[in-house]
Design a protein around this ligand. Structure first.
Ligand code: RET
Length: 245
């Protein structure tokens, strides 16, 4: 098993911050009795909990593989555990947003399907060793899924959110914008980092991914869960909608 290099420090910091985020969200949800609001806590607690495990595995060198590639003399260090983390956590983040928007099952399935497509094709890109061009082709395919996902976020999901009460709609818009901004950084870091063109070294790439992951998971979760009164409104509006059915 390859062992991590100097970038390990960022992986340990990531493990610690994700663990603190998990405990903080558990604390924030303690005593919540409303099952509709509990749903947000359950989803949002799992996000940093999964990431903490993934970061721990990467810090231990378990989530790391070394690929020998024909175009470079040195082996390529690939942290595949990132993709295992993202495969579960990015759909959970989208489900949080979709619940806030009051989205229907079809919209949720479309978002999750596109997201899984994005992560799995990104993983293929990270593992391909035939040529650097092929890696970039897979990056392009993954970006295609990502663009379709962004389109659904700004079109259908936003339209559905506009039917929610004012403060719920406002919280949705904030979180949607946070997602669009932070998530767009990932394909950029990937392509300039060691997976793609190798313009930035693994040490800095690991640092940037760690900061992005903490903001996109713990930052997002704080914005969502601190608004307990807003979450209560979503639940009452969902209850009204159910009653009206
Ligand atoms: C990859 C591969 C290259 C193309 C694209 C990617 C997108 C990744 C994204 C990841 C988001 C992760 C989050 C994690 C934790 O909170 C897979 C890098 C488009 C958008 C939000």
């Amino acid at each position: 098993m390859p062992s991590p290099g100097a970038e390990q420090i960022w992986l340990w910091i990531g493990t610690a911050l994700m663990a603190v985020g998990t405990l903080a969200f558990i604390g924030m949800g303690w005593g919540e009795e409303d099952p509709e609001a509990q749903e947000y806590y359950i989803i949002t607690i799992f996000i940093p909990a999964i990431a903490a495990s993934a970061y721990f595995s990467m810090a231990m060198g378990f989530g790391l593989t070394e690929l020998s590639v024909p175009w470079a003399s040195e082996a390529l260090d690939i942290y595949w555990a990132r993709y295992a983390d993202w495969l579960f956590t990015t759909p959970l983040l989208l489900i949080d947003l979709a619940l806030l928007a009051g989205a229907n099952r079809n919209t949720i399935s479309t978002l999750v399907g596109l997201d899984v497509g994005m992560i799995v094709t990104g993983l293929v890109g990270a593992l391909v060793t035939s040529s650097q061009t092929m890696r970039i082709v897979w990056w392009g395919i993954s970006c295609g899924f990502f663009l379709a996902l962004l389109y659904i976020l700004v079109s259908r999901l936003s339209a559905q959110a506009s039917t929610q009460p004012g403060s719920v709609g406002a919280l949705f818009s904030t979180l949607r914008n946070v997602v669009i901004l932070l998530w767009t950084a990932y394909p950029i870091v990937w392509i300039v980092g060691t997976e793609g063109l190798g313009l930035i070294p693994l040490y800095w790439e690991t640092a940037v991914f760690m900061v992005l992951d903490v903001l996109a998971k713990v930052g997002f979760g704080f914005l969502l869960l601190r608004s307990r009164s807003v979450l209560d409104q979503v639940s009452s509006s969902t209850a009204d909608a159910t009653a009206a059915d």
